[in-house]
Unconditional design. Sequence first.
Length: 341
Amino acid sequence: MIAFSNHNYIVYIFIAGSAVIAFHIFYSIWRRIAVKSALSDSGEAKRIVAGLYSRILIKEILIFLAVIVSCFVLLGPGWGEKMRETTNEGTDVLVALDVSRSMLAKDADPSRLEKAKSAVRLIAGSLNGDRIGLIIFAGDAFLQCPLTTDTGAFLMFLDSVSPDSMNVQGTDMGKMLAEAGKVYKKKRLTSRMLIVITDGEDHEGGVDAEAEKFKEMGVSVYTAGIGRNGDLIPAEGSGDTGSFYRDSSGSLVKTSKNEDLLKQLADKTGGFYIDITDNFSGLGRILNLIEGKENTYYGSRMVKEKIDRTYIFLLVLIILLALEMFIQERKNTITKERKIV
């Protein structure tokens, strides 16, 4: 069965081809009218015009066919199948996303969590053949999406996360680093980098001990802080009613960004810190770093693909255009003059 490698552009190619054919038909009709009006009504003139029209008709048919064949050339036709070995290479990027309730604060538009998700989408959309994985954490941590090149599947996992995804609330960055450490120990990763997106709150400690392990493994941690100090945490499902979380004594709970902790974690592991509360300009540094990382070889696989047959239509196109050029619109006539002796 025939397939087209440029099938996404079939509408545009059809419109362009139709426009060329329509213009050529209009020009042909106009030229016939012009020739008839220019020649006299004698028998000799009619004979010349008849011969002229027959040759012009052949040339017009050739041009019409050439336009159709050109459209096929642009579409990239192919049929038949062949096997080809492909290799998978890229950079491995592991993202750790804070989904604790403090991320519901609205000191980032529309909220810390939604803005953080947008940052992760930007990172995922900028990868080209790279693998990306997702760890979510609050009072606990787990691998939400293993390393994968399937960006669509990764984004589905990302869209589904919320504070309800975690049974244990609070924020334990030590457990998040421990979970990420398991991935690096199991996988042979050439590019060893972890991107942590959080407001930096940590209620359990343990960051320093895990950071030392990352330093020993040669894994750099790049932290992206989000939020401001002293913001209230909207209660889930409250909408715009102004309902906020309170502690056991009934006091409103305020959340603040622990920028110092994030900077220390990044510095200790050889990474760096950026702030994404207002904009994502700092993410450019991380994306440039990902592009410069050494690629990891994921193995090879055999794939089926259509055999490109564009050259056949291209050859036909050349033949049609050559014929159109060689056919003259009228025969050369040689007028011989006789001398009268």
